[in-house]
Design a binder for this molecule. Structure first.
Ligand SMILES: Cc1cc2nc3c(=O)[nH]c(=O)nc-3n(C[C@H](O)[C@H](O)[C@H](O)COP(=O)(O)OP(=O)(O)OC[C@H]3O[C@@H](n4cnc5c(N)ncnc54)[C@H](O)[C@@H]3O)c2cc1C
Length: 391
């Protein structure tokens, strides 16, 4: 029986099959075959989610063969890309057409469809998550039909599929709204926690990107601001915190230390107090914690299941090494995040129930209704999603 595991190794699956696809016809034929034989499937991107979104005892579909830029349109600044394209592989070809993503996450290893399916985001108070840049999708629904959707064509399906948790269909192609290529300059600095926090709002507001990692063992916040620049790129690129280059060169980082992670999005106004509460919790109950706490901002959007849906957001992430127990720590942090009205990142650890999600997302039932319409038999569901599905 094949074996699949996520990036951290915390989630291991024994799917009935692990299938590699190379084309839309391949994808459509496979979905039809799986659904007509009463099996289920989950589509895998790069496997970087810390939540059990991909694991299944049904079929896992590997989309890494659906890769590359398909077409770009200079006037609308939009591009169609294959869904399995790793974000690192999109930067240069889009740049060669004078185009760029508005923002991206801390790393660029995710498949584009994986990133949009969980609301993956970077930092920046004016910048929305990656899913918000989606303007069109081509996907295969449970009966094997190929559908193209946008806010004009099949708009209901589009709303559900823009951030889909992999549960609406097999996405083959993604259309993205881009902008003109731009250069960025990073400025990293360190400050003792109490010296940084009075300036938090100003730092968040005055820069295109601002983020920091607070380190519990020395109480130091390792911060960076990133802004657009006219300066020439400087190669070889410097270390993180001192880079000057094009957007796709400066925004991603190297995160080699295997870990597991919980991240909650809280209303932006609650961010500073929530962070202080997490710091107090760590100091009182987890004083040996070695892993830092990350603080970022994300602009509000209108996606049904986005962690930033209809509210300006601060995201706070807590981490744990993969060889250390995470549950007591994460459960304690989760109580703090819940107190501050947090919504968990879809691709990271949480312990919420379907009722909890229904309380956090006004469109929860509506999203499931739209999803069930194109997949009434749950071909695209796994155990975890069935567990949070409304009755
Ligand atoms: C080191 C590290 C750093 C990270 N940094 C950030 C960060 O800065 N910001 C942030 O927001 N998140 C971050 N994450 C989380 C990560 O971005 C998300 O979990 C993202 O979904 C992972 O993308 P993936 O391609 O690995 O998708 P996977 O984890 O493989 O899948 C995620 C979801 O996408 C679905 N999916 C994938 N491809 C398709 C498809 N073609 N059709 C339909 N559904 C599909 C899957 O079924 C699943 O539901 C990080 C994770 C790690 C491990």
């Amino acid at each position: 029986m094949p074996r699949w595991n996520n990036w951290s190794g915390r989630h291991v699956a024994r799917p009935s099959d692990h299938v590699f696809i190379r084309s839309i016809d391949d994808a459509a034929g496979l979905v039809k075959q799986i659904s007509s034989s009463g099996q289920t499937l989950r589509v895998a991107g790069a496997g970087h989610s810390h939540s059990p979104l991909v694991p299944t005892d049904g079929v896992i579909v590997d989309t890494s063969g659906l890769a590359g830029v398909i077409s770009t349109d200079a006037s609308s600044q939009r591009a169609w890309v294959w869904s399995g394209s790793r974000i690192f592989a999109l930067g240069r070809p889009l740049h060669d057409q004078g185009l760029a993503l508005f923002n991206q996450g801390d790393i660029d290893q995710q498949a584009i469809a994986g990133a949009i399916s969980t609301g993956t985001h970077g930092t920046g108070h004016t910048l929305k998550n990656v899913s918000s840049a989606v303007t069109g999708l081509q996907l295969i629904t449970a009966d094997g039909t190929q559908v193209v959707c946008s806010d004009k064509t099949e708009p209901d399906l589009f709303q559900a599929a823009r951030l889909s948790l992999g549960a609406v269909g097999l996405i083959t192609q993604v259309q993205l709204q881009l902008r003109s290529a731009y250069k960025l300059k990073e400025n990293g600095f360190e400050r003792v926690f109490d010296d940084l926090t009075p300036d938090l709002e100003t730092l968040c507001t005055n820069h295109r990107h601002f983020e920091f990692f607070w380190h519990p063992q020395n109480d130091i916040a390792v911060a960076k601001v990133i802004d657009e620049t006219d300066e020439d790129p400087s190669y070889p690129l410097a270390q993180e915190g001192r880079r000057c280059g094009w957007n796709y060169e400066v925004l991603p980082n190297h995160r080699p230390h295997k870990h597991t992670e919980m991240e909650y999005s809280v209303p932006r106004a609650n961010g500073p107090e929530c962070l202080r509460d997490i710091r107090d919790l760590i100091r009182k109950r987890f004083p040996t914690m070695r892993w830092p706490v990350e603080y970022r901002t994300v602009a509000a959007d209108d996606l049904m299941l986005s962690m930033a849906s209809n509210r300006a957001t601060v995201t706070i992430s807590v981490h744990q090494g993969i060889d250390e127990p995470d549950e007591p720590y994460f459960r304690a942090c989760e109580e703090v995040f819940k107190h501050h009205l947090g919504r968990p990142h879809w691709g990271k650890v949480n312990y919420l129930s379907g009722a909890d999600f229904a309380a956090l997302y006004p469109a929860w039932e509506q999203w499931w209704t739209l999803r069930d319409r194109v997949d009434p038999d749950g071909v695209f569901l796994n155990e975890w999603l069935r567990g949070i599905r409304p009755d």
